[in-house]
Design a protein around this ligand. Sequence first.
Ligand SMILES: NC(=O)c1ccc[n+]([C@@H]2O[C@H](COP(=O)([O-])OP(=O)(O)OC[C@H]3O[C@@H](n4cnc5c(N)ncnc54)[C@H](O)[C@@H]3O)[C@@H](O)[C@H]2O)c1
Length: 332
Amino acid sequence: MRALVTGGAGYIGSHLVLALLEAGHQVVVVDDLSNGHLEALRRVEELAGRPCSLIVGDVADRPKMVSALHGVDVVLHLAAFKAVGESMTNPERYFRNNTGGLASLLESMVDAGVSRLIYSSTAAVYGEGSLMPLTEQTPPGPDSPYGASKLLGEQMLQWMCRCRDLRAVSLRYFNPVGAHPSGRIGEHARTPSNLVPRVLMALTGDVPALTVFGADYDTPDGTCLRDYIHIQDLVAAHMVAIGLLERPGYHLYNVGTGRPSSVREVLDAARRVTGRAVPFVDGPRRAGDVPETVADPSRFRQDLGFEAKRDLDEMVRDAWRWWTQNPGGYPE
Ligand SMILES: NC(=O)c1ccc[n+]([C@@H]2O[C@H](COP(=O)([O-])OP(=O)(O)OC[C@H]3O[C@@H](n4cnc5c(N)ncnc54)[C@H](O)[C@@H]3O)[C@@H](O)[C@H]2O)c1
């Protein structure tokens, strides 16, 4: 099979490209390198022992995309901006790149006669105040332009599946963490806002202490609960979802574990894995944080037998290996 991965030089994309190469597929990556790394793809090729093709460019570049799509069986569309906070101050940038980028990609796919697509969506399409766990039937209600830009993408896909011969799967990722077990590829987060990289920074002394944003939530230990999923499980979900494209129409799945972890539980896992206590201070709640986000992953399990296997310790262990072997991330 020939797969085209947009955003393949990014965090999730690089792990996905590796899995596709390891499964024997031909892979074309399109990435404008706005947040991707050539070094990530170099390492992916080294790990796989096989090359992929890289086209440096924007998914909205129609002539370039139509030519890149030649002979492609399936598109995995990951290219997007993903910073929720930045989307509040620069929403038009998110609508242009995330929603507009997908609209343009769909036009190029129609022109090139490519009709199968996996789409990276997000738990950010759900809104604050939703009942937990979140099922695919939970009414969406994004709290940010980022979430809205992704939800609009899902809606476009639904219509394209109805009106055109498109087959598409939207995967709503919960909180991807961890890294490839080799420690060679991982998330290059320079100013991370996510918990696990911030925990690692506190452990390596890059910051004096981790601030726990709110310890007075109505949760068992007072800290926020999130549904973390190991990047390798997330990648495995894509490999399963590709099989779904044998069936016509539009498909939508949550991709999480269904087992939420609190901030304190992440700190405990970090202590178990590294043998060191994470220096932390309890701080005030952070604007926009909700007490709990957890997926109901049962639809994916029932339809396709997919279940995330890796536990929190493995997520933190693999993230720690990547972090300590690559201080500062990929070399620029
Ligand atoms: N990481 C998360 O926590 C998370 C959670 C839910 C959903 N997602 C979604 O998963 C996808 C991948 O996320 P990630 O964490 O790997 O992000 P990332 O920033 O590491 O990767 C995205 C890649 O897309 C590229 N890109 C962005 N705009 C582009 C464009 N117009 N043309 C070509 N390339 C472009 C960037 O250079 C980057 O390499 C995104 O769609 C994101 O919204 C991520």
